[in-house]
Design a binder for this molecule. Sequence first.
Ligand code: SF4
Length: 72
Amino acid sequence: MTASPALTKPMMVALAEYHESQARYLRNRVASARCDTCAHGGGAHCKKYDMVPPPEVKRIGCEEYEFDNIPF
Ligand code: SF4
C-alpha cells in the first residue's frame, strides 16, 4: 500500500473549490432536469414511454431522465 501524498493548505483549498463547483454544476443540472431538456423527449412526446408525459412529470422529469447535452 502506498502512502497518500501530503496535501498542502493551498491544495486543499483548490480541491474544496473544485468540489464546490462540481456540486453547484450538479445542483443546476438537477434543477433543470425536466422533460423539455431530456434526450428522450423534448417536452412534447416522450420517446422512452411513447406517450405525452403528464404535466406533473413534465415539470420535474422522471427516473429515466437523460440530459440532452444542449446547454440552454
Ligand atoms: S424525463 Fe422521463 S418522461 Fe420526461 S421525456 Fe425524459 S424519459 Fe420521458
